[in-house]
Design a protein around this ligand. Structure first.
Ligand SMILES: Nc1ncnc2c1ncn2[C@@H]1O[C@H](COP(=O)(O)OP(=O)(O)OP(=O)(O)O)[C@@H](O)[C@H]1O
Ligand SMILES: [Mg+2]
Length: 363
């Protein structure tokens, strides 16, 4: 049961992305305790394997930040509806593991499902409504164009110039009627480019030449070179910015938000004895462990749920407890941030030590 038979889809190719966007994780229905107890060992393992797949699936929880990204992508798409030039787009910027890719995927799924509703037989027409390209490390504008070409299944000759690649890619994108183009890891482009002019030019000309809405996601794009200078300003003047950050808990509203996020993840658990809201009393502990980083929270909670299933506990023990959470390591960044706080904040003020979550939950 440690390994899954579920098919891993290749997002960097048109067909893989379409299948991925079409796939909706289905939460397995929990049988009654009696029915579960009556399952043969093989059937129980099969059911638990489904639960492991579900907990580890690409399910994206609609956090406020995810919703904000989806909303601005839909708005940009609407603005661009009949525009032949000066199209709008969205920049998703933030630190590593803040959920940029997850939010971009949520936006792609939303746009894709709306498109599919309008054009159900889009495959027959050879349409490709959504494109996703990850800029490779150390990318030049040319290698970024090559990534587009590979996504589209076009051959990339070693001698092909940026211009010729761009011409081919642009013509295919227009031919297949692409509506949304997500360029992820865009910081890789500005990192290596001594002058950002070429990169900004490429992005600008692509969005002029292809009648799609562009979303750029990457680390710290808000302060980066892609949006700087005259050329960068041309993008900055047309795109809206979604900055994804760690959640903070400075006041009652922020605590409410954090508690809501923890609860939203709990709603997705497929466990016999864990109800949404059970983790409310530990929300300060969860904040302390993760320092408000969504990636760390997802890791901690997902792994806790999976361990409960994998260990094949009795149904009544399938509940996420502090003891279980304490056995799970979070990523180095969250751990270091948490330790730094513990050494600078007097023990009595540490949320975890004091376990004052109930006060904050009530706020
Ligand atoms: N709303 C969400 N629902 C479910 N999982 C999420 C959500 N947001 C983030 N995650 C998970 O948290 C982890 C980090 O998120 P993600 O990969 O999107 O971050 P990122 O900002 O793109 O990071 P990087 O800059 O390293 O690419 C991933 O495992 C992702 O699936
Ligand atoms: Mg990412």
């Amino acid at each position: 049961m440690l390994f899954s038979d579920a098919q891993n889809l290749e997002l960097h190719q048109a067909e893989g992305l379409m299948k991925f966007l079409e796939r909706q994780p289905v939460k397995p229905a929990l049988p009654s305790l009696d029915a579960y107890a009556a399952l043969t060992r093989a059937n129980r393992e099969q059911f638990n394997s489904l639960r492991l797949d579900y907990h580890g699936s690409d399910l994206i929880v609609g956090t406020p930040q995810v919703k904000a990204v989806v909303r601005s992508v839909l708005q940009a798409t609407l603005v661009n509806r009949g525009r032949a030039f000066g199209r709008s787009g969205v920049v998703i910027s933030g630190g590593s593991t803040m959920g940029k890719t997850a939010a971009a995927i949520a936006a792609m799924k939303t746009v894709f499902s709306k498109y599919k509703r309008d054009v159900p037989d889009f495959r027959e027409f050879g349409r490709l409504p959504v494109v996703y390209v990850e800029v490779p490390a150390g990318a030049t504008p040319r290698s970024m164009m090559a990534q587009f070409a590979r996504f589209l299944g076009l051959p990339v000759a070693t001698r092909a110039t940026l211009d010729s690649l761009q011409r081919t890619v642009v013509s295919v994108l227009n031919e297949v009627g692409t509506k949304l183009i997500v360029v992820d890891e865009l910081h890789h482009l500005s990192d290596t480019n001594k002058s950002n002019v070429e990169s900004s030019d490429l992005l600008k000309s692509l969005s002029n030449q292809v009648s799609a809405t562009f979303v750029y996601a990457g680390i710290s794009l808000h302060g980066g070179r892609v949006l700087a200078g005259e050329r960068g300003q041309q993008i900055a003047g047309r795109f809206t910015m979604q900055r994804l950050q760690k959640y903070t808990t400075a006041n009652a509203d922020e605590w409410r938000l954090w508690n809501g996020i923890v609860r939203a993840f709990e709603e997705e658990f497929c466990l016999f004895n864990h109800k949404p809201g059970d983790l409310a009393e530990h929300s300060a502990y969860l904040y302390d462990r993760t320092q408000g980083a969504i990636g760390s929270l997802v890791h901690l909670l997902t792994l806790a749920a999976q361990l409960l299933v994998l260990e094949d506990f009795k149904p009544e023990h399938e509940r996420i407890t502090l003891d279980l959470l304490n056995t799970i390591e979070v990523d180095i960044a969250a751990q270091q941030a948490s330790e730094a706080i513990l050494t600078t904040v007097p023990q009595s003020k540490s949320a975890a030590k004091k376990s004052n979550a109930s006060v904050k939950n009530a706020a």
